[in-house]
Design a protein around this ligand. Structure first.
Ligand SMILES: NC(=O)c1ccc[n+]([C@@H]2O[C@H](COP(=O)([O-])OP(=O)(O)OC[C@H]3O[C@@H](n4cnc5c(N)ncnc54)[C@H](OP(=O)(O)O)[C@@H]3O)[C@@H](O)[C@H]2O)c1
Length: 261
């Protein structure tokens, strides 16, 4: 999908990967509609001529208004990027009900709903792309982040099925599986607190700008999946070939994270 002059709707554009994506796609000539809850941050990310629509994606009424407004302002959404998401720290045996449901509403159901709306609008035009930002945790269960992993596995699987359904229609779906990215994601978790050791490991994480470049390349090449950075690709491959070994390593890591809080 050519990004020059394409109309792109990005969710979660007020911070982190979404804000970096806005800058990268703008550089490549895309026309943008940006959304997030924080109107001030959204305005700071956007350029004067760009459309910003602030609101909470966990509300169905907002999603309906958001997509309709983006379609109208962009003259058609060519690329939908479902990037907004949040994490949750809690052992799976004591899943906090309200926060767990809120996380699934944002990470999974909001993306599904917007994808449905995008498909409906794109089908008659015979072109369009849906990009769902999942996670490495949507390929390999991270035991310290089990519920978040579950929401991202659901999103990854949905995206793969959607791509199969749309094959031959001119529409395409791509899943993005980032590893650790230097954003405020850890501070924005809906519940619990990320293990200290994990926050310290932030220096090994990739930048949102590098992640955004990989996603933009993936859109232009109509890739099925973007796994970034390379260390994330390594983990996904290792889990495929040596599932027992990787599960053992992750369990060890989980125990050390718990004891080092
Ligand atoms: N950072 C990582 O290490 C990492 C790794 C793998 C995957 N990911 C995924 O990458 C995506 C972006 O994460 P990030 O690292 O950029 O996190 P971030 O810095 O916390 O940004 C999250 C974005 O989502 C928006 N958002 C959160 N809750 C929302 C809601 N209820 N309604 C509307 N917008 C909402 C936030 O905007 P407002 O606060 O303004 O609403 C913000 O723009 C997420 O899907 C995340 O799961 C991140």
């Amino acid at each position: 999908m050519r990004l020059r002059d394409a109309g792109v709707l990005i969710t979660g554009a007020s911070a982190g990967i979404g804000a970096a994506l806005a800058a990268e796609l703008r550089r490549r000539g895309a026309r943008l509609a940006l959304t997030g809850r924080d109107e001030n941050r959204l305005r700071a990310v956007a350029r004067e001529n760009e459309c910003t629509i602030a609101g909470d994606l966990t509300g169905a009424a907002f999603r309906e208004r958001l997509f309709a407004e983006a379609e109208q302002k962009l003259g058609g959404v060519d690329v939908l990027i479902n990037n907004a998401g949040a994490g949750l720290y809690a052992p799976p045996s004591v899943s906090p009900e309200a926060e767990m449901r809120a996380m699934f509403e944002l990470n999974f159901f909001a993306a599904v709903d917007l994808s449905h709306r995008a498909c409906k609008a794109m089908r008659p035009r015979g072109r369009g792309m849906i990009v769902n930002v999942s996670s490495i945790a949507g390929r390999v269960t991270l035991p310290w982040f089990t519920l978040y992993s579950a929401s991202k596995f659901a999103l990854t699987s949905f995206t793969e099925g959607l791509r199969a359904e749309m094959s031959g229609s001119g529409l395409h779906a791509m899943v993005v599986s980032p590893g650790y990215v230097q954003t405020e994601f850890q501070e924005h978790v809906l519940c619990g607190r990320s293990p200290t050791a994990l926050r310290r490991a932030r220096r090994f994480a990739t930048t949102p700008e590098a992640c955004a470049r990989a996603i933009a390349d993936g859109i232009e090449q109509e890739r099925k999946e973007v796994v970034t950075p390379w260390s994330g690709r390594l983990l996904v491959q290792a889990a495929r070939w040596w599932p027992g070994l990787i599960a053992w390593q992750l369990e060890r890591m989980n125990r050390s994270l718990e004891s080092g809080q």
